[in-house]
Design a protein around this ligand. Structure first.
Ligand code: FRU
Length: 479
């Protein structure tokens, strides 16, 4: 068993292998009584290169096993330079992975497959391409997403069109082998979704949540010059093989969330994991030896108004350990509510007592109070502000403040912090995910801070989080 040095930023309740680089969740499927969660993985270092598919599975979203690497690039083969993203479907006794075959000598990443007949422990790549040629007029092509609907298999592939529109291309098949191209399911010119963010020139990792004739297309917006941007969602309904969608919205309001993927569970729930990348300088990442994590599994629902709502999967309540904080009151200054460990799950109700009064919560991570993550209400804007400008004394950590709409006289929120990641969940189903890198060791302090006339009413509970159990069948034991 390898013992890794203690790393205060390594999460304990978010999936990732002990070392090296990860990005997108891939191959999400429920098969043989397990949730299978694969992910883009470079087994050789903490940078994006040599993409393999790493693999975890769990019967209950709490006890995880790290399985052997699922997909490995074949030297000289169609995926010689990387097994890029895709999903997987359970087809009776097979798990079939659909993924993007990356070679540096061609612009497209065409679709290929691999299958497992032993519940994901070993995989056999098909060797050849499943869909060798992208349709005419496309300038980007990758990330298949396959699902079963109305007696046939369907597939979306992320794309960009030569005229500047982004597109999700639709294919159909009776047998998972012969695929017919049906045209763009949705295509759009870039549209603004938030200050500084738009729906992109290309779409990566299309995901399709559908229920009762309605649907939501989740698309990771990509720009050829800037790279990954934000994840957007279009909700609407399908008409004759085309998706009729309303205005796009951001799926997550934080800066460090991208390429989420869906798993349609047998109980009907849609679960989603996203990739949360690092927000610190590359040199620091190299020293740490690891990069990226998967968000908590989230339950995703499509509300009647077309909004997509996310909340942590109900199972995660079982990770709540001892209650660390229970506090309620009113403050027009600073109220110290208690201390938490570096991984905790918090619920809060915050209520400014007069119009114009503000305030919020502060997570203080250094003894002198100089290092903190702030969650502040901006009642005039109807937004919650998450501010990491002072969240690390290390200059290598990225700063910035980020806003998520939360109109109304009072705010309820859930905040899950796991060492270097914070996920904020609002009752509206909106989320904000960001990374931060405290230099001060836990226990950390929770404060309520009231400003303005009347002060801030607060009711806060927090529980320390128990780590996931992770058993390794892969040879190396995760810490
Ligand atoms: C999204 C993405 C995918 C690609 C993969 C490569 O983050 O760029 O489009 O398949 O990552 O790692």
């Amino acid at each position: 068993m390898s013992v890794l040095p203690a790393d205060p930023h390594r999460p304990v309740a978010h999936l990732r292998p002990p070392r090296n680089w990860i990005n997108d969740p891939n191959g999400l499927a429920f098969h043989d009584g397990h949730y299978h969660v694969c992910f883009q993985y470079n087994p050789y270092g903490p940078e994006h290169a040599h993409m393999h598919w790493g693999h975890f599975r769990s019967p209950d979203l709490l006890a995880w096993e790290e399985l052997p690497v699922a997909l490995t690039p074949t030297p000289g083969g169609e995926d010689a330079d990387g097994c890029f993203s895709g999903n997987a479907v359970s087809d009776g006794d097979r798990l079939v992975a659909f993924y993007s075959a990356f070679r540096t000598d061609r612009w497209a990443q065409p679709v290929t497959t691999a299958e497992s007949r032993d519940n994901g422990v070993t995989w056999t790549p098909r060797g050849s391409l499943l869909i060798p040629d992208p349709p005419e007029g496309t300038t980007m092509y990758r990330d298949p997403y396959v699902w079963r609907e109305a007696g046939r298999w369907r597939m979306l592939v992320g794309s960009a069109l030569a005229d500047g529109r982004a597109a999700a291309l639709l294919y159909e098949s009776a047998d998972l082998e012969r695929w017919e191209y049906r045209g763009p399911f949705l295509d759009r010119a870039p549209q603004p979704v938030a200050p500084g963010a738009d729906t992109g020139l290309g779409w990566e990792c299309p995901q399709y949540l559908h229920t009762d004739g309605r649907g939501a297309l989740i698309l990771s917006a990509w720009d050829p010059e800037l790279g990954p941007r934000r994840t957007v969602v279009h909700s609407g309904r399908e008409e004759n093989g085309r998706f009729r969608a309303g205005a796009p919205a951001l799926l997550d309001h934080g800066p460090d969330f991208y390429a989420p993927a869906l798993l349609h569970a047998p109980d009907g729930r849609w679960l989603l994991w996203g990739w949360s990348w690092e927000a610190r300088d590359p040199e620091w990442v190299r020293e740490a030896g690891w990069a990226g994590l998967l968000t908590l599994p989230r339950e995703v629902t499509l509300a009647d108004d077309g909004s997509v709502r996310q909340r942590p999967a109900a199972e995660l309540l079982a990770l709540r350990g001892g209650r660390a904080v229970t506090a309620a009151g009113v403050t027009d200054g600073t109220a110290v509510l208690g201390t938490v460990s570096g991984s905790f799950d918090l619920t809060a109700r915050l209520e400014p007592r007069a119009p114009g009064a503000a305030g919020g919560l502060r997570l203080v991570t250094s003894a002198d109070g100089g290092e903190y993550l702030d969650l502040r209400l901006d009642p005039a804007a109807g937004e919650l502000v998450v501010d990491r400008d002072h969240a690390s004394l290390d200059a290598g950590a990225h700063g910035g403040s980020y806003r998520v709409p939360c109109p109304g006289a009072s705010v309820e929120l859930r905040l899950v912090v796991d060492r270097s990641v914070a996920e904020v969940y609002l009752p509206s189903g909106r989320t904000l995910t960001l990374r931060f890198y405290p230099t001060g060791g836990a226990p950390w302090r929770i404060e309520a801070r009231g400003g303005g006339e009347g002060g801030l009413g607060y009711a806060v509970s927090a529980w320390d989080l128990r780590p996931y159990t992770v058993r390794s069948l892969a040879g190396a034991a995760p810490d």
